[in-house]
Structure formats: structure tokens, C-alpha cells
Design a protein around this ligand. Sequence first.
Ligand SMILES: *Cc1c(COP(=O)(O)O)cnc(C)c1O
Length: 402
Amino acid sequence: MEEIRQRSLATRCIHAGQRPDPVTGSIAPPIYQTSTFAFASLEQGAARFAGAETGYIYTRLGNPTQAALEEKIADLEGGEAAVAFGSGMAAIAGVVTALVGAGDHILFGSPIYGCTYDLLMDVMRRFGVEATPVDAARPEQVERAIRPNTRLLLFETPSNPTLRLADIRALADLAHRHQITVVVDNTIMSPYLQRPLEHGADIVVHSATKYIGGHGDVVAGLAVGPAEIMARVRSTTLKNFGGIISPFDAWLLLRGLKTLAVRMERHSENALRVARYLEQHPLVMRVYYPGLESSPQYELARRQMDGFGGLLSFELLGGIEAGRTLLSAVQLCTVAVSLGDTDTLIQHPASMTHAVVPAEARAAAGISDGLVRLSVGLEAADDIIADLDQALAAVGRSQRIG
Ligand SMILES: *Cc1c(COP(=O)(O)O)cnc(C)c1O
């Protein structure tokens, strides 16, 4: 384990957590598609339940294909241990509910993924946990919002869909002065481009549905952090809420992770080209992409990230109507939510992903009605740009007519 961690990340994407199957020599990990495991004897079964002997019992409590995935992601994020879940939301809910209880308070960076917002502001509230949105890009505002009962600080960086960055080191330092656990949703970057634990975060969560799976064919989640906390997550919320990943989906993520390095490099390269194209277009008022030198957070991006990723958003001149025309005119880009796919996906946060967030909260979080989000895929950049160009021409024509 320690030997492999000295190798570069691109190598570890392929080799971490992997060894040939001891029985057959199979290099690809076997899919242990089983719900339960035979005990050699009654005594062995009893010892496994008592925790006196390690080994598998039942797939909700652990499975070798899940374990291989957990070992790999823990290595890539630089954490002690990991727990795999059946979705990103199961991972986020699993970590949050393992760490807080009635009477506790959570701070979260706003904007945040719409369902995370709902989980914290609606579901957790019904169990006596309060949550407050804060601007994670302003550490002094975060510090002012801390209460004596604040247990958790949860944020995404970059945020979705406004691509605002939070300084992980600064936030972790201030949170730790108040004994607050820091959880970073690293979905948008993937461990190839950003490793929050290296900057002081305690726990990383992922929607593995996105870049980790990478092919738009699986829904899954991951949490990485200290062994003691991950053991608590496994033995409480994973075991008792039961939001586990299936062995086949774990295998799909192991497969996806093998190409993470080359995919993230290509996503980043394509997104930068698309961002530069959009930035000079007369119908585009603003482009949000941390890799643009014009981005106000370019320096922080260079300090904390190893690349700028595949997600960007932009504001069209003409607001909501222009956005609708653009989404109706694209041909190669697919109108769909989600991100991190091989295919370029385009969506309109105000009517899709962030529709559950109240309009005032959306506006306060900088999500204007004309904002369009693009998850730049792995197609040839020239083809993506040509499609946007013809769709923007349609927006221009509609505005001249209107
Ligand atoms: C998609 C997403 C989630 C939720 O993940 P699921 O796998 O859809 O449950 C959480 N956070 C971010 C940043 C996401 O993009």
C-alpha cells in the first residue's frame, strides 16, 4: 500500500487496490455477485459476527468487489479508508447522519447540489438538526456563522453550477479551531485534479456517478476519510440504512477509474478551449471557468487544483429566452442533467437541477435564470465548439427577430 502511494497518480489510477486474483490469476477484479458468504463452521460464523475474525458475512456488510473499490479510492484521495454507497446522495446522507444528531448544527457552502440542500434544510431539520447556508468563498462569513453546537462544515469546490472556489486550507484551519469536521464534495474535480485531504479536509464525498464512473452508465457514491470515522459510517448508516453499492456497479467504477487520468486531462483541455471560445462570443456575458486567466479565483485554482476540469457555465445575453433557444438549437450537445460523462451535456439549472432551491436562495447563490451549464465531454473540441457556434447563431437570429 505505502509503496504504491509513492507512484504518480496516473499509475495509481490503474494499479491501486489491484492484485491478480489468487485463485485464477484474473487481472480484472472478479465481480463477486453474491448476497451471502458460506462459513466453514458455526464457530467461524460466530467469530465473524463477534468481530473476532475478519471475513465476509453478507453483502450489505461488505463484499470483495466493493472492498477493492474502497481500497482504490482511499489510495487516490490519500485517505486511510473509504466506504462505497449506491449513490452520491447515499454517501452524503450516510456521512452526515453518522456524524450529527438532534441539537447539532451544520454549515454548508451555498450554492450546493440541489438534493444536498434539501437533505440539510428539510430532512435533517425534521430530526432536530439545523443547517445554515454560507458563502464558502468568504471564510470570515463562515467563521461568523459558527455556533457552539456546529459540528460539520460541508461544501463543494468548485461549487455547482457557479464554479466558485472555496479555499479548502483556510476553511479547514478555521473549522478545526472550533472542533468542526470538514467534509468536501469533490465530485466536480475527481481525485486526479484535486485531493481535499491534502489541504486539511477531514472527509471527501463523491457522486461517483460523474467523473469516477466517467461513462454515464452507473449511479454510485463514495466517502473517504480517517479509518475510525469510516468504520463508524459503515457500522451505522451504511449497515442500517442499507444504501450499498451493487458488486457490478463497484466493478464499473473500478473500470472507470483506470482511465481517470487520461479522461480528466482531455476534459480539462476541451473545457478550456470551449471556455475561451465562449468568452469572446458577443452573446455571452460571462463565462464561469476557473481555468480562465480572467477568472477572479485563478490563483486559488492554480494553488489547490492540478487542472481545471470539464465543467463550466455561462450567462447569455437575453436571459431565460436566450437560454431556452440555445438548448433547443444544440445538436451534438445533449440536453440532460448530470456531468462527467463522455458525452457533452448541457442544462439549465434554474429549471432543472436547482429548481428545488427556492428562487430567492437561488438568486442569493448567484444562479441567474439565464445561466447555462455545460459538462464538456470527450468529443473533439472543434465539434463541440461548432455545435455551440451554430446554436448561438440561432440565439442571435431569434433576438433580431424579437
Ligand atoms: C450528482 C451530484 C451529487 C449527487 O450524486 P448522485 O450520485 O446523483 O446521488 C452530489 N453532489 C454533486 C456535486 C453532484 O454533482
